[in-house]
Design a protein around this ligand. Structure first.
Ligand code: NAD
Length: 368
């Protein structure tokens, strides 16, 4: 009874136990109104099953919103494997996991997340078709940071349009935290537009690399240390590293007019979205701005096609403008407007599904 209270709001939770391989996993399906559940598989040495359950339930609910925002034909799900990724990963374990995924008969699609690699899912792919994000040689669509970075740039354009009346990326200054796969690509594009960018990273090589790109691309790079990034005199903050970086302490330093980046869970707490609003700082909800990677893996089911993914990623621009408009009209923080935007999309589909009840679901997987 206690467990059913815990999974309230979720459609299905599957506990997977395979003694031969040592697999202990939980698959959570939050909501399949928009299509089968989609969500990565995270591997962590959770100290208790309750801790793993809490994580998978929270993450799978988040995926329902992220899929709705990206307008893909998937619902929200997630899976966790309880184990230490540095010593417990094996081909057999991922094949066993693939068999559990297959047992859900197309209700759940998964792939890599923290603690797992695309190669792990090549083993799972032997047991089920319901795998996304494998290497290109196995039919996957490749590096998801390309559409993610592009989506962030569209999100910056939409934000610039609302704050400054023009969606040009040029003639602004940007503070970029994290020059990894996403942040570096965003930084290069912003330099191409001749902007001044402030950057920080714990990786010295990334800082050297972007400084040397400035001489080829144009623009200006100023490197700052750690938390100094929160107080620089830039127009837009672009967090592309850690979560929880928008908090009471950092907001007190902000001179930015907007926050738009790829990092997941940027707000330490949802109330920090309200605090940004009170300070007149426009916040692009992270799960909309960083949806490009999700759009790419969801699109794999139609066969890999980079052009189509890039076209679909462009829709992030319009989605964000709708969210900003709703936030303005209703006088609510953008994060709340984003949640309503997604709930509305799910509600509309629910009505359509029941209206066309003889044909409830789109044909999801052209590979089957
Ligand atoms: P990455 O690991 O390639 O890059 C992260 C960068 O942040 C690294 O260069 C790292 O050195 C730097 N970093 C780490 N700690 C830091 C700190 N304390 N201060 C400054 N820099 C720090 O990751 P990525 O793929 O570029 O993703 C960046 C963020 O975007 C992550 O939060 C990720 O979850 C999120 N995201 C990525 C994708 C994608 O497709 N790659 C999709 C959605 C969301």
């Amino acid at each position: 009874m206690l467990q059913f209270e815990k999974i309230k709001g979720h459609e299905q939770v599957l506990f997977c136990n395979d003694e031969a391989t040592g697999l202990k996993a939980i698959i959570a399906i939050h909501n399949t109104t928009l299509g089968p559940a989609l969500g990565g598989c995270r591997m962590r040495p959770y100290s208790t099953v309750d801790e793993a359950l809490e994580d998978v339930l929270r993450l799978s609910k988040g995926m329902t919103y992220k899929c709705a925002a990206a307008d893909v034909d998937f619902g929200g799900g997630k899976s966790v494997i309880i184990g230490d990724p540095s010593k417990d990963r094996s081909p057999e374990l991922f094949r066993a996991f693939g068999q559990f995924v297959e047992s859900l008969n197309g209700r759940f699609y998964t792939g890599t997340d923290m603690g797992t690699t695309p190669e792990d899912f090549v083993h799972a792919l032997k047991e089920t078709n319901c795998i996304v994000g494998v290497p290109e040689a196995y039919g996957g669509s490749g590096d998801s940071s390309v559409p993610t970075a592009l989506g962030v740039l569209y999100a910056i354009q939409a934000t610039n349009k609302v704050v400054w009346g023009s969606d040009s990326l040029a003639s602004k200054s940007y503070a970029i935290q994290g020059l990894g796969k996403v942040g570096f690509k965003v930084a290069e594009r912003l330099l191409e537009e001749g902007n001044h960018i402030y950057v920080t990273d714990i990786n010295e090589k990334a800082l050297d690399a972007i400084s040397s790109r400035a001489s080829d691309l144009g623009g200006k790079v100023t490197v700052v240390n750690g938390d100094e990034i929160y107080g620089v005199n830039a127009d837009v903050f672009v967090p592309c590293a850690l979560g929880g970086i928008v908090n009471d302490k950092s907001i007190a330093d902000f001179k930015f007019k907007a926050v738009v980046g790829s990092a997941n869970n940027q707000l330490l707490e949802e109330r920090h979205g309200e605090l940004l609003q009170q300070k007149g700082i426009l916040y692009a909800p992270d799960y909309i701005a960083n949806g490009g990677g999700l759009i790419q893996v969801a699109d794999e089911l139609y066969g890999p096609n980079k052009e189509r993914v890039l076209t679909k990623t462009k829709a992030i621009y319009d989605s964000l403008l709708s969210v900003y408009e709703q936030s303005e009209n209703d006088g609510i923080p953008t994060v709340e407007a984003a949640n309503r935007f997604c709930e509305n999309r799910i509600e509309m589909r629910k009505r359509r599904n029941s209206f066309f009840s003889h044909k409830q679901r789109p044909k999801w997987d052209v590979r089957n």
